[in-house]
Ligand binder design. Structure first.
Ligand SMILES: C[S@@+](CC[C@H](N)C(=O)[O-])C[C@H]1O[C@@H](n2cnc3c(N)ncnc32)[C@H](O)[C@@H]1O
Length: 236
């Protein structure tokens, strides 16, 4: 049996299963398998789902969570058709946009227990560029963890293996006490897709370089004369 054939059959199997069982995506089974191994939704009240369209992960999160009072917020560039579940809300927007990030933070009264990111950019066909764009989206999720995730929360993020992902795993380790690499059965075996399963934020965590506040070291600008300065020049 060829690998390609197995690969296609697996995709087809989960596609048909999702149709039969009323899930909006094949990916739903990836989240189910992540949860059955790591129990990320045990005691979860508030969940953020980045890249949530068409809504398969939102369906799974709402089924697995015991607490019906909390919030499940899905964000995507594309509109997500209503899920008709009271505590599920959605935002249409680009998570790279600072205003969208602010809207997400304000939507939670307090902190999130779980942050999910299944985001993937549209593929442009140039592998290293596509991979960099993918990791950039994953880093936005990491940045949101710093503000929004509870210390003992979970961050689940999709990555594609390539050069940049090694640097990203190191950044994840700077932020979390535990970071595991997991490939759910429902993920096609030939794809380089992996999920990083991170738990428990470090107290002394460090955000990736690109999000750290810049310290102004431009002394020349500070020394520029301002009007009136000459009044304080000392005479020889
Ligand atoms: C694989 S799909 C997610 C499937 C989803 N987990 C489900 O089960 O229904 C990836 C999603 O990421 C979204 N996405 C990509 N870039 C984004 C961005 N910058 N901001 C928000 N969403 C983005 C895409 O629009 C797409 O819907």
């Amino acid at each position: 049996m060829s690998n390609r054939w197995q690969h296609e059959r697996k995709g087809e199997f989960y596609y048909n299963k999702a149709k039969e069982e009323g899930y909006r995506s094949r990916s739903s089974y990836k989240l189910k398998q992540i949860n059955s191994k790591f129990k990320i939704f045990n005691h979860a009240k508030n969940v953020l789902d980045l890249g949530a369209a068409p809504g398969g992960w939102l369906q799974v999160a709402s089924e697995e969570m015991m607490d019906e009072e909390g919030l499940i917020l899905g964000v995507d560039l594309k509109e997500i058709k209503s899920i008709h579940i009271d505590n599920v809300d959605t935002i249409v927007g680009d998570v790279r946009d600072i205003e969208v990030q602010q809207e997400i933070i304000e939507a939670f009264f307090g902190k999130a227990d779980v942050i999910l990111s299944d985001m993937a950019p549209d593929v442009m066909g140039q592998w290293d560029v596509d991979q960099y764009r993918q990791i950039h989206l994953a880093r936005i999720g990491l940045k949101l963890c710093d503000t929004l995730l509870k210390v003992d929360g979970w961050f689940i993020v999709k990555i594609f293996q390539g050069g940049e992902h090694i640097k990203f795993i190191k950044e994840m380790r700077d932020m979390f006490k535990s970071v595991k690499n997991f490939k759910p059965l429902a993920s096609r075996s030939r794809s380089s897709e992996r999920y990083l399963i991170a738990h428990h934020m470090k107290k002394d965590r460090k955000l990736p370089e690109e999000f750290r506040p810049k310290i102004d070291t431009d002394e020349e600008e500070d020394n520029e004369p301002i009007p009136g300065d000459q009044l304080f020049f000392e005479e020889d």
